[in-house]
Design a protein around this ligand. Sequence first.
Ligand code: C2O
Length: 557
Amino acid sequence: AATVERTFNVATLSWPRICQPENISITAVDGVPGPFIDAHEGDTVVVHVINDSPNNVTVHWHGVFQRRTPWADGPSMVTQCPIRPGSRYTYRFNVTGQEGTLWWHAHSSFLRATVYGALVIRPRQRGAAAYPFAMPDGEHVVLLGEWWNNATSISSNANADAYTINGKPGDLYAGETSANRSAKFEVTGNSTYLLRIINAALNTAFFFKVAGHNFTVVAADASYTSPYRTDVIVIAPGQTVDMAADASPGRYYMAISSYQSASPLSPVGFNGNTTTAVVEYAGAAASAGKHSQAPARPAMPFATSTRTANRFYTNLKALLRPGRRTVPLDVDTSMFVTVGLGLRYPSSCDPKLPSCKPIPMATMNNQSFVLPTTMSMLNARYYEKNTQGNVYTSDFPDKPPVAFDYTNETRTQVAAALLFPGRPATKTKVLRYNATVEVVLQNTALVGRESHPMHLHGYNFFVLKQGFGNYDAARDSKRFNLVDPQERNTVAVPTGGWAVIRFVADNPGMWFMHCHIDSHLAIGLAMVFEVRTGRLRTRRCRRRRRTCRGAEAVQVT
Ligand code: C2O
């Protein structure tokens, strides 16, 4: 195993606006997207972050387990203090026991709009035998993003001015004609390419197609899938998909369009606002030039095509292979957690006063997560500075305060009266080390309906089942996939539906779980799992040192 060492200079850059001649100042590492981290399973990754920007910043390694290094996970005020302007911090962690396509992004305020990049973990063994599928002839990393021409509109939760592929909107975009505004992927015929797709967008789930191409999906969220043939994928913010692609030589548009975004930019079908890149087979450019042939265009699904999205998500199954993790059958900790949008009173006024009006907030079990301000939650735990519960409290509820008809927009009004406003909260759920945890994530329709891509730090989880309407334990638990459910780190909880996840809490630390739609995270759609190793074990280890070496090694707190 090697050490992959990089320096990230977070700085203010001058970067071209979309469809406009002048530049804009952005915060980024070298450009958009930022540097590519290319590692092998078992390597140590060392990244020195030098913050030359005027913003507080942290970097999160999305999907990396961070075993024995929970302090390197990155979310600001959860596992570390922000890196202040003019200061630096070194992240050091192992990428062991996982391989595939992941990514990194800023985890402080809305900076990940421009501070993000790919992180690929290749198999430790070199050569074709290391992959559980035919080794592709080549590969391309495809980062999907959003672009704002005015940085302040990001924080005000406005819609992006464009979607991007590897930082570029494409030559069709609302009159964007300059050819260098399209990402280009060069390939040769009779070859198979691995496309590593990453959705780094703040707020938008995408449909993804390449004209004339079929794909074989081989992994999602750096977990191998049973090969799945399709010509369209759906990818929510935070998710990744790896797939092999092949077609006959030519020039093709690769395109993304939004799935269920509230954005007025949402392309319906293929139009001048569809974000594109060009896939060009060697030799095809010359012949295309001769006939001045435009690339072939894919037909995109409708923005509201839940059926297309659901088919893709529910057809993904884990690849059955020796040594893979299997689903634990006995559950120690069960939770039922509502995820959705709502309201709460601002902390700046007294809720008893009629002038104090509720503001939009998002909640999990009616708790609207607020980051601590004095120290990070992991620091508070490690240094035992939380004795008064002044940084956080460990009483995140296992179920919502009232049971109601979660997904029926008219009937939830009754519940709304009981549940509004939600409570501002900095709460953790304590998990016993090695407990098997099952969480039903139930989407709500209290205020609006949207799919919430729920991301868990520090773990992959099995997605046992997802469905529409209200989760019904008696009916739905009988239909769990306990044989080959897909492992993920981000599950898109369907609009008006639910998803059930299961994982083993074998990684001590403070682990954020939140909606990967940045505007929802900012208003509280989050909570934290506190996975303890327990003090008792430490004491026992001291007495019986010889038998407890292994346990000591995982001791974090
Ligand atoms: Cu990729 Cu906490 O996020």
